[in-house]
Design a protein around this ligand. Structure first.
Ligand code: G6P
Ligand code: MG
Length: 221
């Protein structure tokens, strides 16, 4: 029976709960510019790139490319204020244990994040050494929900996409992993994870052995 050989993790909302800080940063920009925005609108930005998020926030309003750049930089400056304070204590519960259990099983470990800040965040959390390959916003031109980033990371890990498990919290991320032909674990609740092969409320509720058994059965059925 074919067994998984690698696990690729998303970063935001999986390894660290950054949603609140992305939200506060977009909200501040939106307030300054008089654009209606709230937490529900922010939830739709999960997994999207900075540019795709700004376009959603603009809801069809047209601004110049220079202004787009300036607004993205301003939002990121607000976010970096929060990010600069991240420490290993900000790792989501269960992540360290899950990563170590996967390593002990001989699985390769990858990261596939839409964020331009992914690498500095891994350093701040002091978990960069655990990853065999890191894909971020700079790795491929087509962001999630395109499969490109996951395929790129699988290539770096030298693993067949069909032998990869992806851990994701966003609809765009699950969609991208499925398009890549990978097995998926969704983290969180609600409709956005409906297509995932397996869903847990959070990683601390997940058991690696149980997930591997379940996903291996999915793969061979
Ligand atoms: C992740 C988050 C998004 C964020 C995106 C880009 O996918 O879920 O909320 O907008 O990364 O992050 P960045 O750090 O590049 O602005
Ligand atoms: Mg995410």
């Amino acid at each position: 029976m074919p067994t998984p050989e690698a696990i690729i993790f998303d970063l935001d909302g999986v390894i660290i709960e950054t949603d609140e800080y992305h939200y506060r940063s977009w909200q501040r920009l939106a307030d300054e510019e008089g654009i209606p925005f709230d937490r529900a609108a922010n939830d739709d930005l999960r997994g999207l790139t900075r540019r795709a998020s700004l376009l959603k926030l603009l809801k069809g309003r047209v601004i110049s490319e220079d202004q787009m750049q300036a607004w993205m930089e301003r939002k990121n400056a607000y976010y970096l204020d929060y990010m600069g304070r991240f420490t290993p204590a900000d790792l989501q519960p269960g992540v360290g244990e899950f990563l170590r259990a996967a390593k002990a099983k001989g699985l390769k470990i990858g990261l596939a994040s839409a964020s331009q800040n992914a690498r500095p965040i891994l350093h701040l959390l002091q978990i960069n050494d655990l990853f065999d390959a890191v894909g971020d916003a700079f790795s491929v031109p087509n962001p999630k929900p395109a499969s490109d980033l996951f395929i790129w990371v699988a290539g770096r890990l030298n693993v067949n996409p069909a032998r990869v498990i992806v851990v994701e919290d966003s609809e765009a991320g699950i969609e991208a992993a499925l398009r890549a032909g990978m097995l998926t674990i969704g983290l969180g609740s609600g409709e956005r994870l409906a297509k995932a092969h397996l869903v847990y409320a959070r990683l601390s509720a997940a058991c690696l052995e149980e997930a591997l058994n379940h996903l291996t059965r999915v793969q061979s059925s």
